[in-house]
Design a protein around this ligand. Structure first.
Ligand code: ATP
Ligand code: ZN
Length: 304
């Protein structure tokens, strides 16, 4: 048997993602769009990186902060709610932080909300004084209660938090909410938001001292390219020189456009990367303001 289960130096990067759940498919798709591909192991817990030395570990999302802390994996894709909860617990125990949010990834959006029985007339956090609150997020809840100088008892539940008030286990809950449908079905209503969450790339606080540093830089460069291109389009058009300033004002979501001179001095060709939706309405407005030959193209890759 190998004397060291977790070697200090490695020459491959290891990313933990959720095995099955809300974040697993989008996390894989995002990494695949960065040019990664894998060969899956028989037990489907480990995927060996083929195009690059970047492997995947398929785990429960709650285990990701711990795997990062133990150095078993180098990065993880996890909800900010899970990452910050672990950070709050560590901070509460006076332990140093070993991982941090490296990038927000734009999927898995939800809120950690306080929700009370529908019949309650909400008057503010002070109303929670002395109450019993069921949650899977004791660290984040305790921090919020302390900030609002409320003393309440926290009932830790690992699942089915929303039925706790009906079962008499708690008076109210603190839980993740996206559409609010689950709350409604349990005669609860959200009254305060403790945090807004989405999937994030979590990584180490300290930089890598081996080849993983270069792999990580490449991964982040590609990831930034992919994230930047989300909902982006390349807009091409021509216009008379004196109409260009007005047209650019209509494109506040465009990055610094490239302007080329076409025939003589007066016709200019412009190309700009736009980050907002390029609807027919916008194109018609631009045409009315003097743009000609408008073209909207998808952008496949970008490397800054
Ligand atoms: P696992 O088996 O990995 O522990 P899980 O049941 O804890 O799975 P999911 O329900 O798949 O996890 O949720 C994963 C993450 O998805 C959450 O931590 C959160 O960041 C995000 N999320 C987005 N919307 C919601 C929602 N409505 N309820 C719960 N989580 C949500
Ligand atoms: Zn989980």
């Amino acid at each position: 048997m190998s004397p060291t289960a977790v070697p200090a130096a490695r020459d491959r990067l290891r990313i933990a993602i959720q095995k099955s759940g809300r974040l697993s498919d989008p996390a894989r798709a995002l990494l695949a769009s960065c040019g990664l591909s894998w060969r899956e192991s028989r037990d489907r817990l480990f995927c060996y990186g083929e195009t690059l030395p970047v492997d995947l570990l398929l785990v429960r999302d709650d285990d990701i902060p711990g795997l990062l802390a133990d150095g078993v994996c180098d990065y993880g894709i996890v909800g900010r709610n899970v990452l910050d909860e672990q950070a709050a617990l560590r901070a509460g125990e006076g332990r140093a932080q070993v991982s941090k949010e490296v990038r927000a990834l734009g999927f898995g959006g939800c809120r950690l909300d306080i929700a009370v029985p529908e019949a309650w007339e909400w008057e503010g956090p002070q109303q929670l004084q002395g109450r019993r609150i069921a949650t899977s997020y004791p660290g984040l809840l305790a921090k919020w209660l302390a900030e609002h100088e409320v003393e309440a008892s926290v009932v830790m539940l690992s699942g089915s938090v929303e039925i706790a008030p009906r079962l008499g286990q708690a008076d109210l809950i603190c839980d993740l909410v996206s559409s609010g449908g689950t709350l409604l079905a349990n005669q609860l209503k959200p009254v305060a938001t403790i945090m807004r969450s989405e999937a994030v790339l979590a990584g180490p606080v300290q930089p890598f001292a081996d080849i993983r540093g270069e792999l990580a830089q490449m991964l982040l460069r590609r990831l930034d390219g992919v994230l930047r291109l989300k909902d982006s389009r390349l807009l091409l058009f021509q216009a008379q020189r004196d109409e260009v300033p007005g047209l650019l004002e209509m494109l506040p979501d465009a990055e610094q456009p490239t302007v080329l001179q076409v025939d003589g001095a007066d016709t200019l060709a412009l190309q700009a990367l736009c980050h907002g939706a390029m609807t027919w309405q916008r194109l018609e407005d631009l045409k009315r303001a003097g743009a000609r030959g408008l073209m909207v193209l998808p952008v496949e890759r970008m490397l800054a």
